[in-house]
Design a binder for this molecule. Structure first.
Ligand code: HPA
Length: 275
């Protein structure tokens, strides 16, 4: 496994996507993480399984739908990625960052990244929707390591405001309960209670195993980034019961009506800006 992004693979995927949907002009993109798949079940459009594009790797291990959906919200085209790859899957950064690279290649200027997380802050009870205000990268790596590749932005990208304030405001208006700092860990283990204590002390509000890498690359490539987390459990040590992926999915299913309406309202607000 290479620890460096392979832009030849990313460019091949972008070329394949442009060939498949030559008329596509998405303005925004949506990456759906764990538990979020059904949030777009009412959206109609063109579908493409990830297996039709090079670079997504062995999508079978994802536990996600693994397909692209090109849809329209109030006249604005939106490219939706139903499922993401994670660093912990061990196939390197290329499949992880492919969705945001494709968004940039297709001309989109905004990316909404969604995920499931564990709540650390007192008010972030399971079922809460948190607009990500910032992140802490605890992955122990960075997708932009390696020789500088100008296709991925400058050598030292500024990260003062990855999650853009106007988009955060839109998320809050659209239905998110609050804002907070997301800490991204390598996974695939859930955290220990001692780790959660540490993360709390350094300013984290919710913990998960994704999103930060895509956000870093999207930001470096000049996309406006928004992040929305469904807090699906109390983090380890705060939770009175052991953590399971099934419980995470169960909570997401219960929060689904609000997840759906928040995403839809957000996209409508973006479309409104455009018209
Ligand atoms: N920790 C890490 N990732 C997660 C959690 C958690 O508690 N819940 C959902 N994804």
């Amino acid at each position: 496994m290479s620890t460096q992004i392979n832009t030849d693979v990313l460019d091949a995927a972008a070329a394949a996507l442009k060939k498949t949907w030559p008329d596509a002009r998405p303005k925004a993109g949506l990456i759906l993480g764990s538990g979020w798949g059904e949030a777009v079940e009412d959206f109609q459009g063109l579908e493409l399984p990830y297996t039709e594009l090079p670079g997504f790797g062995k999508t079978g291990v994802m536990g996600h739908a693994g397909k692209l959906l090109l849809t329209e919200v109030d006249g604005m085209e939106v490219l939706i990625f139903q499922g993401r790859r994670h660093w912990y899957e061990g196939e390197g950064w290329t499949p992880v960052v492919l969705p945001v690279y494709l968004l940039a290649a297709m001309g989109a200027d905004t990316a909404l990244l969604t995920n499931a997380s564990g709540g650390i802050r007192d008010d972030l009870k399971p079922g809460s929707l948190m607009a990500i205000s910032d992140h802490i990268n605890m992955l122990g790596s960075n997708p932009l390591i390696g020789p500088h590749n100008p296709k991925l932005g400058t050598r030292f990208p500024d990260q003062s405001e990855i999650y853009r304030k106007p988009l955060r405001e839109k998320l809050l208006k659209a239905g998110a309960d609050s804002e907070g700092v997301y800490i991204a860990t390598m996974g695939p283990t859930f955290e220990t209670p001692a780790e959660i204590n540490q993360y709390k002390a350094i300013g984290a509000d919710a913990v998960g195993m994704s999103t930060a890498p895509e956000a870093m690359v999207a930001n470096a490539m000049g996309l406006q980034v928004a992040g929305l987390s469904c807090v699906c459990n109390w983090a380890a040590g705060i939770s009175p019961v052991p953590l399971t992926h099934e419980d995470v999915n169960q909570t997401a299913a219960e929060a689904m009506p609000r997840m759906k309406s928040t995403i839809t309202n957000f996209l409508k607000a973006l479309a409104g800006d455009q018209s």
